[in-house]
Design a protein around this ligand. Structure first.
Ligand code: ATP
Ligand code: MG
Length: 329
């Protein structure tokens, strides 16, 4: 089986619909077809300020949402990034493999450093740590959203560069970015990515939102000029975003939904989508809250995940250290 690996940052109490549709839904599907590794990126989280107690709680909440959404710890290795020190060990080696200009060209760095008053060095070196997350596990495919494409390209370059210079240590990974769902947009600003770090939560659907709040956000989504329900990213970004979400949550093609709503109004689409989203997310939310009632069990799952991850990561880092020329202890 090819190996799949991906991570989500522990930067919010709830994942949003972009994380769910762009990433987590793919994780769940890959359990059946891949040797699956999924982690909670608590180290990436501190590239921007985090409250310690909150970060700890959010790490468990993110794990609970992984499982609540359908990841099965018996079929997937679920772990916490900071539990595996080899991420940092390889991260350093890859920082030394990355050019400064190369890191400065990353658009996520440019965006996030423009938004934050205080810019940490970690925000710049983050892509090298992300490359380490992936390359440590000899990963074949990385399911992510569109915003991670550039980081994946860098990861591939670093793997090839290292392999070329020192001898083959890494599998060169492929991104898996599903064209239709790789970018879910903010409901209030359908030209911006739905993001945990967005200024206001009004345009963001959190998967743990209460049904009422969830329905309200969908019903007040910004739509476009005109009245026709059609998929057109340029002319109708708002409606197209709603159609994408509808399609993804229902598992039905966009054209079918467009045909169903022919001659009806934007409001009808919103009401139907609100109902669908509540129906799709309520079981996920209930399972997640149940899991959070028993943190000790969640911690056991993460402990077992760490053991399994460490076995793979340990082999890679030992090989890398040898190849780089670090004297054995
Ligand atoms: P932040 O704004 O703090 O970076 P985020 O919302 O981008 O948070 P991440 O934890 O950085 O969340 O990303 C986790 C995964 O979700 C990544 O694979 C990312 O590509 C994907 N993702 C994030 N936002 C979206 C979105 N709007 N549409 C589709 N996929 C998304
Ligand atoms: Mg992000």
């Amino acid at each position: 089986r090819p190996r799949s690996l991906s991570g989500i940052q522990a930067t919010s109490d709830s994942l949003h619909l972009g994380n769910y549709i762009g990433a987590l839904q793919q994780f769940v599907e890959q359990q059946d077809t891949h040797d699956a590794f999924f982690f909670i990126a608590n180290q990436h989280a501190i590239t921007v300020d985090q409250d310690p107690a909150e970060l700890r709680a959010r790490t468990l909440r993110t794990a609970a949402q992984f499982i609540g959404a359908g990841l099965d710890p018996a079929r997937s290795t679920i772990f916490v990034q900071s539990h595996i020190p080899a991420h940092n060990q390889l991260g350093w080696v890859l920082e030394c493999t990355t050019g400064l200009g190369e890191a400065q060209r990353m658009t996520q760095f440019k965006d996030k450093s423009a938004k934050n008053e205080h810019v940490s060095l970690g925000l710049l070196t983050y892509p090298a740590l992300m490359a380490a997350d992936i390359l440590l596990y000899q990963t074949d495919v990385v399911p992510v959203g569109e915003d991670q494409r550039q980081h994946l390209e860098l990861t591939r370059n670093l793997a090839e560069r290292f392999n070329h210079r020192y001898g083959k240590a890494f599998t060169v990974p492929e991104p898996q970015i599903l064209k239709a769902t790789a970018k879910i947009y903010d409901l209030q600003d359908p030209t911006a990515k739905m993001s945990k770090s967005a200024k206001t939560p009004a345009g963001r659907i959190d998967i743990l939102d209460e049904p009422k709040a969830l329905a309200k956000k969908i019903k007040s989504a910004v739509t476009d000029a005109g009245t026709e329900i059609a998929f057109d990213r340029e002319a109708k970004p708002g409606v197209s975003n709603l159609l994408t979400i509808y399609s993804s949550l229902s598992g039905r093609p966009v054209e079918e939904i467009v045909a169903e709503f022919e001659g009806r109004m934007y409001g009808h689409l919103k009401v139907a989508l609100a109902e669908l989203a509540v129906e799709a997310l309520t079981p996920l939310r209930e399972r997640t809250l149940e899991l959070l009632d028993d943190p000790a069990e969640l911690e056991r799952v993460l402990h077992r995940g760490a053991d399994a991850a460490e076995a793979v990561a340990g082999t890679t880092i030992a090989d890398v250290y040898d190849k780089v020329g670090f004297l054995r202890r």
